[in-house]
Design a protein around this ligand. Structure first.
Ligand code: 13P
Length: 251
């Protein structure tokens, strides 16, 4: 009943020439996948190129962050409205790399989520525990805190315009994927927490898994009942891998 979504997070990778080659491979190879939305979240300078190369195709594009502010004296920041001008659909907010390297708090992530919604775009809100938190048995408490910061500040109804991505920090870029059962357990928990406030919003909510997803493990993850697709880092830069992941979501 929920449509699958596979979104590439290019992080700080790419060049005009590399992007052109990658997108030229992805567009025809993912065109027939009618049960999957396929997107790439690119560095800001490449939004225009993504628009130029993907407009009129089935593929969607987005950015990896946005300011909490709509405009103003915020040197170096990029507003969600600016991103929207380039035809983007998605903005990743609260990625663990921004939470840890840029000190983004739960409150700031919620504010960014609101800014993205205000611009008519879909935030992909990332949450997930660090290894030491998992080892201390705090996984549910951590993801609940991160989720509730958004629901408390925006209201549960706002989640009907959002995508959530569960990305355990220990699985990001490490080659150590959560097992399908580990991921499913957290996804089901997150959906239950949303359902406590609004069952219909919870049932429709797209919940992505991210962290070392590859062509070889995607299908096992995506076949779990509460995993609605993936947020893909390293493997989204390799056309054959990303195509295999998109095909796994169609299966
Ligand atoms: P990897 O797929 O490289 O582990 O990265 C996951 C991620 O952080 C996507 O946002």
């Amino acid at each position: 009943m929920r449509r699958k979504l596979v979104a590439g997070n290019w992080k700080m990778h790419g060049s005009l020439a590399e992007n052109r080659a990658l997108l030229a491979a992805l567009v025809p190879a993912t065109r027939g996948l009618d049960r999957v939305d396929v997107a790439v979240c690119v560095p800001f300078p490449y939004l225009q190129q993504a628009q130029e190369l993907l407009s009129g195709t089935h593929m969607l594009w987005g950015a990896q962050d946005a300011s909490r502010h709509a405009k103003g004296a915020f040197t170096g920041e990029v507003s969600a409205q600016m991103i929207a001008e380039f035809g983007a659909r998605y903005v990743i907010v609260g990625h663990s790399e921004r939470r840890s390297y840029h000190g983004e708090s739960d409150a700031l992530v919620a504010a960014k989520c609101q800014a993205v919604l205000n611009a008519g775009l879909t935030p992909i809100v990332c949450l997930g525990e660090r290894l030491e938190e998992r080892e201390r048995g705090e996984t549910e408490a951590v993801v609940a805190r991160q989720l509730e910061a958004v629901m408390d500040s925006l209201g549960v109804a706002a989640l009907s315009g959002c995508v959530l991505a569960y990305e355990p920090v220990w699985a990001i870029g490490t080659g150590r994927t959560a097992t399908p059962d580990q991921a499913q357990e957290v996804h089901a928990y997150l959906r239950r927490r949303v359902a406590e406030r609004d069952g219909a919003v919870a049932a429709r909510l797209t919940l992505l898994y991210g962290g070392s997803v590859k062509g070889s493990n995607a299908q096992a993850l995506f076949s779990m009942p509460d995993i609605d697709g993936g947020l893909i880092g390293g493997a989204s830069l390799v056309s054959e891998e990303f195509i295999a992941i998109c095909r796994a979501a169609q299966a």
